[in-house]
Design a protein around this ligand. Structure first.
Ligand SMILES: [Zn+2]
Length: 487
């Protein structure tokens, strides 16, 4: 018997017993990436957190349908209902088809997710592949009286909705509070109320990505895709909806309103939100200049990074903090995690060579129960990791002859480590050829090249560059240092 699972529901701000609607089935929906640029690290943390949650639900024996969408249309600049479509804008900038942008960044996103060893979702639906479902849903919301059309655009009537339902439920905020925090939005002259948001946006003829609809040519608002796709694949009410906490106030609030208005029932039983990232205590953001990309973190190619960190060390680092707490990046913390990850993996290797004794000095079953208890308490991975380090201590003591384990306990210890390190935390051994060790070697090579250049030994520095090029590693001298990439 596994311990009962408790999770913190953002909707109620309470830790609640997890009781799926249709056990053993579990529906899990997570808002996926917007594929008009490289996935940033904050998103990676969200997807790694939900990978942990997905893995633990599978471990508990649930049959999980995990849906994570790809936003490839309709997401406007600044997340508001104005300006250009992000895909069309980037496409014009780069002189390519919008779908080329979508393809490039979708592939890049999947590569990063694979590097972090996240399991692929069961379904990865795209917004452009579900235009008719979105149109149907908008039609139904209009029929129910919660949306209206103006000049080919359709808006959700928040004022009307809140006469019936609690609009600020997810953020626990009063409407006045929401109003005070709402900046002037696009389409304001068409909207009946300040908080109304677009479900469908009328597109000018020059707009590249547009579709025919009962209201003319246009494209969907951002929020509607998640409501349409989650109800299509998981039902009108499903178990868990997750995402970054930056999505709570607008995107998720509007998702609830749309689905509730359309289907007359709350769409989600449990809402889970992951917290944000900071770097040396400052919120990670593009404008603060401290927002490094996953690739930069792996190679160490960023002014704030002393070196590159292997994806598994980064994953381990992220899981050492609970998903609902702020996670602070610093070189010291990353290096400490790198060492911790190394100790954990080397203990697993040591385990294979241990010799059994007639009796045991440690209670492995109790340790197994402690690991499960940690995860069943709102997926508490930091506590799980603390228990795994107790296992590491026991393994090393047995190796040193200070403690003993029977053959049965050694087998249980192996099961414990494999279950929680590989299956639940999703860690793997870094192999010799991965980006982590390559990044380490590149740091050394580039240091030598820098010294050569400082001594004006250009034949050595050029030789390093040319020899690396022969094995498809390109280096580029830039203002703030040297960057490198594999062809
Ligand atoms: Zn969403």
């Amino acid at each position: 018997m596994h311990p009962a699972l408790y999770l913190t529901n953002t909707l109620t701000q309470q830790k609640e017993l997890f009781e799926p609607l249709h056990p053993p089935l579990v529906g899990l929906y997570v808002c996926g990436p917007t594929v008009y640029s490289d996935v940033h690290l904050g998103n990676c943390r969200t997807f790694i957190s939900f990978d942990l949650i997905y893995r633990y639900l599978l471990y508990l024996g649930y049959k999980v349908r995990y849906v994570r969408n790809i936003t490839d249309a309709g997401h406007l600049e600044g997340d508001r209902d104005e300006g250009d479509d992000k895909f069309a804008k980037k496409a014009k900038l780069e002189q390519v088809e919008p779908m080329e942008i979508v393809q490039r960044y979708t592939l890049g996103f999947r590569e990063v997710m694979q590097a972090f060893n996240t399991l692929p979702p069961s379904i990865e639906p795209t917004a452009t592949g579900h235009i008719s479902e979105q149109i149907e849903m908008i039609r139904e919301i209009i029929n129910k009286g919660y949306a209206y059309e103006v000049n080919g655009s359709v808006y959700f009537d928040v004022e009307k909705y809140r006469q019936q339902y609690n609009y600020g439920q997810l953020t626990n905020r009063l409407l006045d509070d929401l109003m005070a925090n709402t900046r002037e939005l696009g389409g304001q002259d068409e909207k009946h109320g300040r908080l109304d948001f677009a479900l469908w946006i009328n597109a000018k003829p020059e707009h590249i990505m547009r579709w025919p609809s009962p209201w003319g040519w246009g494209f969907p608002g951002w929020h509607i895709e998640c409501s349409a796709m989650s109800s299509k694949y998981l039902g009108e009410t499903f178990d868990i909806h997750g995402g970054g906490m930056d999505l709570k106030a607008t995107h998720h609030t509007n998702e609830i309103a749309q689905s509730q208005a359309c289907n007359n029932k709350p769409p989600v039983k449990y809402w889970l939100h992951t917290n944000m990232l900071t770097v040396n205590g400052v919120r990670m953001s593009k404008s603060a200049g401290n927002g490094f990309l996953p690739g930069e973190l792996f190679t160490g190619n960023h002014p704030l990074l002393e070196k590159g960190y292997a994806p598994m060390a980064v994953r381990f680092f992220m899981l050492q903090t609970h998903y609902s707490s702020t996670l602070d990046f610093s070189n010291e913390a990353l290096q400490a995690s790198e060492k911790g990850y190394g100790r954990l993996m080397s203990a697993i290797r040591t385990l294979d060579g241990l010799i059994p004794s007639d009796s045991s000095t440690a209670d492995i079953q109790a340790l197994f129960t402690a690991c499960e208890k940690a995860m069943s308490d709102d997926f508490n991975s930091p506590i799980l990791i603390a228990n795994l380090f107790e296992a590491v201590r026991i393994i090393n003591s047995v190796k040193d002859g200070k403690e003993k384990l029977t053959a049965g306990d050694l087998a249980d210890m192996k099961k414990l480590m494999h279950t929680f390190v590989f299956d639940v935390l999703g860690l793997t051994f870094e192999n010799e050829n991965d980006d982590g060790s390559l990044a380490g070697a590149m740091n050394i090579i580039l240091d030598i090249r820098k010294e050569a250049k400082a001594k004006k030994d250009f034949s050595t520095s050029d030789r390093i560059r040319d020899e690396l090029a022969k094995i498809n590693i390109r280096i580029k001298d830039e203002k703030d240092g040297v960057t490198w990439y594999k062809d």
